[in-house]
Design a protein around this ligand. Structure first.
Ligand code: ATP
Length: 300
């Protein structure tokens, strides 16, 4: 019996491994399919990252030809600086992030990283240079450790724990039944929105890319959690080139530049102080927030 059990058990392990890999692949494809793939130019070379200077020059973009979304968008994120984007829902904020990650190519104008048009280099190399903390992190049906290490093959347990500590999720992880080996995802332990974002922050810390994109969660985290996550994000973004898609004005006060978008155009730009002094749209949004009982009123 035991002779039969061992191979069968072994087959079971292999079956589970394959099934898990297929689930992961499936999930990856579902993620990717949501966004149309772009092709590398013939002979495309890898991106040569120097310090991570990002530049949008006169970018026009439409998902469907009949409906232009971005109109003549130009801005720069100097290496190591943070640019935050605010504006009403549907104004095109997340589209900027999708174009920088090269899920789509611009219709006209250009996006460059360290002087290289991202259409001319290998898209994989662009994605390697960028870390994304999305609004809603998808977790794989695997352990917490696997989920944090995802994107950095060969990470040691020490490196994983260091990233989790920096993202303030370590204490939570060690309080779960199997610690870093606890299964999460649909079939495992369910994590809250804030915990999932912290896993994404830890994952990004471990990847340690020169450029970061933060798509702030629109879903309501409680204020204390929200502020804690903002503080962690600021820590992660220090000395990195960062594009922050902000849904709350409290997040953007420290940004080196704030872009205010409306219907796919940048209608105001400047620091928090400059935009308040301008007395325009940003100033009214800020005023609205100050008058609100809840200082974290959503602006998008
Ligand atoms: P929110 O604050 O609600 O996240 P946003 O400012 O980030 O909004 P985007 O997600 O950039 O806005 O969307 C800009 C416009 O593009 C919207 O009108 C949206 O309907 C449209 N859009 C977004 N994704 C697609 C897509 N895959 N196909 C077609 N239209 C899209």
């Amino acid at each position: 019996m035991i002779q039969l059990y061992i191979p069968l058990n072994f087959l079971g392990v292999i079956y589970r491994e394959i099934k898990q890999s297929l689930t992961d692949l499936d999930k990856m494809f579902t993620l990717m399919e949501r966004e149309r793939e772009v092709d590398d130019a013939p002979g495309a070379q890898p991106l040569q990252v120097k310090d991570g200077h990002v530049k949008f020059s006169h970018v026009n973009f439409a998902y469907e030809p009949a409906r232009p979304i971005l109109h003549d968008v130009s801005f720069e994120i100097p290496a190591g600086k943070t640019v935050a984007v605010v504006g009403p829902s549907g104004s095109g904020k997340s589209t900027l992030a999708r174009l920088l990650y090269r899920f789509y190519d611009v219709n006209s104008g250009a996006i460059s990283i360290d002087g290289q048009d991202i259409r001319t280099v290998k898209q994989g190399s662009v994605r390697e240079a960028i870390g994304i903390v999305p609004q809603d992190t998808v977790l794989f049906n695997d352990t917490v450790a696997y989920n944090i290490a995802y994107g950095r093959t060969g990470a040691t347990r020490e490196q994983i724990e260091a990233a989790a500590k920096a993202a303030r999720i370590h204490d939570f992880i060690v309080s779960t039944p199997k610690g870093y080996d606890t299964a999460v995802g649909e079939r495992g332990l369910k994590l809250s929105g804030g915990e999932k974002q912290r896993v994404a922050i830890a994952r990004t810390l471990l990847k340690n890319p020169p450029i970061m994109i933060f798509d702030e969660a629109t879903s309501a985290l409680d204020s204390a959690n929200e502020r804690a996550i903002q503080a962690e994000l600021q820590g992660v973004a220090r000395n990195k080139t960062a594009l922050v898609i902000a849904h709350r004005l409290s997040t953007v006060v420290e940004a080196h530049q704030i872009l205010v978008m409306e219907q796919g155009r940048i209608v105001e730009r400047g620091t928090h102080a400059e935009l308040l002094a301008l007395g325009g749209r940003y100033a009214s949004m800020w005023q609205l927030q100050q008058n609100s009982a809840d200082a974290d009123v959503e602006v998008a």
